[in-house]
Design a protein around this ligand. Structure first.
Ligand code: AMP
Ligand code: MG
Length: 318
């Protein structure tokens, strides 16, 4: 299959492919998504095949207007509308009870549905042109870093998807915050993202509990041992919170081809940035250049960003 690369002026062509049941990648403000029309189960199956995604890992439905929610979810609590008013369109995904008309494949067989309204002109125009919401997981092969450019999408899917819309590098670089509202008396943060826990609680005037296992940082090397290895580059990552400890480690282990993932240099060591918008490009750069190890330095700015720490932790666990 030839994968077409569309410019932002060619959204009608991309929408026509989606209406025909093909899958097309598109930019959002978080990362690139791999889209299919939500009421076309055969198209959605192509997403799972192309990504090699386990069929029990559910997809997020992307909307362009709030009125689309009624066809997708039931028993919608007031917390949904409060959060939608403050954060839609934007990097927030809300989990509700699924409407029976939504194909089971969308939710990996669950009775729930995750909803988001992206704040990206290309994404919202595309959804409007297709005429129905698009399901869109991150546009990467399962286990690879998410794509933040059309080039990343092509690295993973050239020849296996119908097209990609090139909207340049994404603005935020990390996936959306995911919050479950299945029990509206007890909202749960399932995945940290650009919308912070404090911002959610401030709008809801309610406590939001955190589902994810916190990264256990110590003064030297972190080995969080989380359950899944997501977002993974091909080589091990050692995470440091103390610059002197990192220098000591590098000096006593000189023989590896090593990439420093940090926002400050160390001598003439090869380096890539550790910021939300750069993380995935940095991990892909490490893969392409066959580094044997990554040493990451968490400066105070990194340590204050739960979404960045979460993705770094997942990338570094084995
Ligand atoms: P990705 O599409 O790669 O951004 O991943 C989507 C994330 O949203 C995954 O972590 C999913 O497990 C989560 N997700 C999607 N739908 C649901 C749902 N119905 N309930 C809980 N989590 C969901
Ligand atoms: Mg993903």
């Amino acid at each position: 299959m030839n994968t077409a690369v569309f410019s932002s002026d060619e959204l009608a062509k991309a929408a026509a492919l989606l209406q025909k049941g093909e899958i097309v990648a598109f930019p959002t403000e978080t990362v690139y998504g791999l889209g299919a029309a939500i009421f076309q189960p055969l198209a959605i199956k192509k997403i799972f095949t192309a990504k090699k995604r386990p069929s029990d890992n559910p997809l997020i439905a992307h909307l362009c207007e709030l009125s689309q929610v009624e066809a997708l979810a039931i028993d919608i609590p007031k917390q949904f509308f409060l959060l939608a008013e403050s954060f839609f369109p934007g990097p927030l995904t809300l989990v509700l009870k699924k409407h029976e008309s939504v194909p089971a494949i969308v939710s990996g067989g669950l009775s729930t549905i995750a909803l988001r309204m992206p704040a990206h002109e290309i994404a919202s125009t595309l959804i409007r042109l297709v005429g129905e919401p698009l399901v869109a997981p991150s546009a990467n092969l399962s286990g690879r870093p998410s794509s933040t450019t059309a080039q990343h999408v092509l690295e993973d899917f050239s020849g296996s998807i119908a097209g990609v819309i090139d909207g340049g590098a994404t603005q935020l670089g990390l996936e959306s915050t995911v919050v479950s509202l299945l029990d509206p008396t007890r909202p749960v943060l399932l995945r940290p993202g650009a919308v912070s826990l404090a911002a959610l609680e401030n709008v809801l005037k309610q406590k939001v509990s955190v589902a994810s296992k916190k990264m256990q940082l110590d003064q030297s090397v972190v080995s969080p041992g989380m359950k899944y290895r997501h977002y993974a580059p091909k080589m091990p990552i050692r995470v440091f919170t103390n610059w002197e400890v990192l220098i000591g480690y590098v000096e006593t282990n000189k023989n590896l081809k090593r990439l420093l993932l940090a926002n400050q240099p160390l001598g003439n060591m090869d380096r890539a940035a550790l910021t939300p918008s750069a993380l995935y490009a940095s991990l892909r750069y490490a893969d392409e250049n066959s580094y044997e190890e990554i040493v990451a330095f968490c400066d105070p700015l990194v340590l204050s960003n739960p979404a960045l720490l979460d993705r770094l932790s997942r990338a570094s666990s084995s």
